[in-house]
Every structure is written in C-alpha cells, then in structure tokens.
Design a protein around this ligand. Sequence first.
Ligand code: PLP
Length: 407
Amino acid sequence: MKTFDPVQAITRVRREFGEHGGVCPSISRSSTFTVMAPETMPEIFQGLRSPDKGGCYLYSRHFNPTIDVLARYLAAMEGTEYAVCTASGMAAIACTLLQICSQGDHIVASHTVYGGTHALLEDLLPELGVTTSFVTPDDPAAFRAALRPTTKVLYTETIGNPTLKVADIPALARIAKEHGLQLVVDNTFTPMIVSPAVLGADVVVYSMTKFINGASDLLAGAICARRSFVHDLMNLHTGRMMLLGPSMDPRAAFDIIQRLPHLAVRLREHGRRALAVAQHLTALGLKVTYPGLPNFPQRTLFRALRNEGLGDGGILAVDCGTPAKADQLMDRLQNVERFGFMAVSLGYFDTLMSCSGATTSSEIAPADQAAMGLSPGLLRLSVGITGRLQERLAQLDRAVRAVGLAV
Ligand code: PLP
C-alpha cells in the first residue's frame, strides 16, 4: 500500500510533445473535430470509439486532446485507470454524485466538508430526491450506523475543511465494499500526500483551483476513477458531464500541465513552512491544529495514510477564541506585516487567511458548525512558500503579540 509513489508515477505517462517538437504540449482549442470517414461519427456516439479506445476526438465537451493529456497525468498521480477534468471542484463533486445517485437514493457524508459541498448535500440534492446523513469523519462506525438500504455513496474529504479531521479511508473502503457502495473522497487538501484510490476509494475528486494549480489564477476540478465510471460520465446520451456540461477550457488544462511537474516540490515546501508556523504558534501558547504536530489527535492514522517524503500539507487551523480576535490577527498580518492575504481559497504560493465559520463554511448552520468542532474563532491558514521563513515567523510573532493573543 505504502509503496505507491505518485511523484514517480507521473513520470511514466507517455510524454506529449507540442507541434514542431515543442517540449510543452500544444493547446488544442478546437471545439469540434473532423473525422475521415462518415461511419466514424455514429460509432463515437455509440461509445465504441473514444481517444482511449484507439478512437478519435468528436467535440470538446466530450474529449479534448489537451485536457486528455492532463487527465492522463492525474490518473497516474492518483493510481486510477482514468480521469476527467472539470471547470471547477464543485463541478467534479456535483457530477460525481449525480452520476451515482438518482431520486430516492441516500448518501452518508462527513459533516466536516467544504461549505459548498455541505450546501449541495444538505440543500440542493434533497430537492432532487437525494438525501444525506452527516456523520463525523473520524469514526467509520458512524458511517456504518447511518447506512440505509437506499445508500449509494460514502462521501468524505481526506482531511476535512477546515477542522482537519482525518478520514480512515481504508476502513471506509471496507464498509463501501461490503455494502456495494461507492466511496468518494475529496483530496483537495492533500494531493500526492495521500492517494485515496490506492487506499481503496472508488472515486477521487479535486478542486484543482488549490494546490494542484498553485497560482490562484484559474478554477478547475478533476474526477479520478475507474475507466468505466469516466465513460459513464462522458456517455454522450446520459453522462452527467455531457448533460450538465461543466467542461474545462483547454487553456486551463495547459496551465495545469505546466505546473503539475513542480507540485511535489511545492508541497514539500508548503509542508515545511506550515510545520514551522504551527510549532511557532504553539510555542506562543495558541491552540493549533496541524497534522504534523505531535499533539495532532489523529497523527498515527494520518502517518499511516500518507505517502512518504511530501510533508503533512500546507493547511493549519488556529483557534483565536472569537471571530473578532481572528479578524484582528488577519488584519495585522496582512496590512501591517505583509505576511499574507485575507482571502478565501488555499494552495496559493502566498499565504491565504480566512475565518472559516463566517466565510467558506457559512453555509453550515452554527449548531452544525459547533457539532463538527468548528469554533467561530477558527482561523484557517494556507501557508505560502514565498519570502524567507525566519522573517515570516518574525512577522507572525509580532502580529500575535500585537493583538494580545500572546505576551
Ligand atoms: N473541495 C474543497 C475541499 C474545497 O476547499 C473547495 C473550495 O474551496 C472545493 C471543493 C470547491 O472547489 P472550486 O472552488 O474549485 O469549485
């Protein structure tokens, strides 16, 4: 299980060169593609031909050569048979769930997920007749206890946004297998660091808007899964990707193809700095949650799940006590110290800070936030990789003391 090496796996994908032998692939922007013989087109519509079946391209909402290069890299990185890229992370999550579930079906989901996902599960899907029971992600028995005869999906984030609770993916995979369910895992916080499909997940979804792209200049998502599931999504008559249409732009695919080769390097540095920040804040007496800290409640589980040599991720949570204190600290860190930016999202090369309860988790009712362990003063930091680390720690130190969170 631990022998999987996503860094090495990507290098084994057939390299796609650009026109004239360019070391970068060309961007194929055509929305539609010619065929050489009239009988080819009906065969594509029947699903007999697709690029991965020795076939050809038809239309870019279906398959596109540039996007397909990225999909092959992602599948290799994830250890899945295939992948499909989407216009955003939410598109990947919504299309996956709508592909598996229909009216009357039921989902058991972690209650500590991104606010948009929570709203999809709690508000939108019930309107379509698909209901969800929410459970704590760190207890596989809670998933089992919530199963119903109509359950189709177990859904979790590898590390929950923003509480950082870790899901026991192998245990959830066993439950899914026993009951013929699909385990869907959002691995946005920990690409490469954890390989959910290798640990037993059926479908891995991503917001590539975050670490995978790393530059906060585009929106993107991905679904990595068995070849048959990708083909179901791309079925020209019934596939949710085809009928809902959240396709990626080939230019976005090209940008991510250019950044994927240094994802591992970036992750190691995000992890090294996040650990230093977490240790520094802990030493100042603040309550910090970070998977790399010795007091992280699920440290043993996280160590068992993660791949070697890529660190513990770039995200940490600091409990500032109240939203007002969290706001003061962010304000100081951005506007006085130039430490980072008050902005939602994560995985950028600069530090991003947001008070989750009132922002990215605001779709979740206060009582549910309390139940999932999200304190109103929780400040989420996506630790960046710019500047000198010692200077960053000094900026942090000054800001924490200035707002009275340490003396
Ligand atoms: N999954 C997680 C864990 C997220 O944090 C986010 C966004 O913050 C999403 C999914 C949604 O991604 P996108 O904004 O690319 O649609």
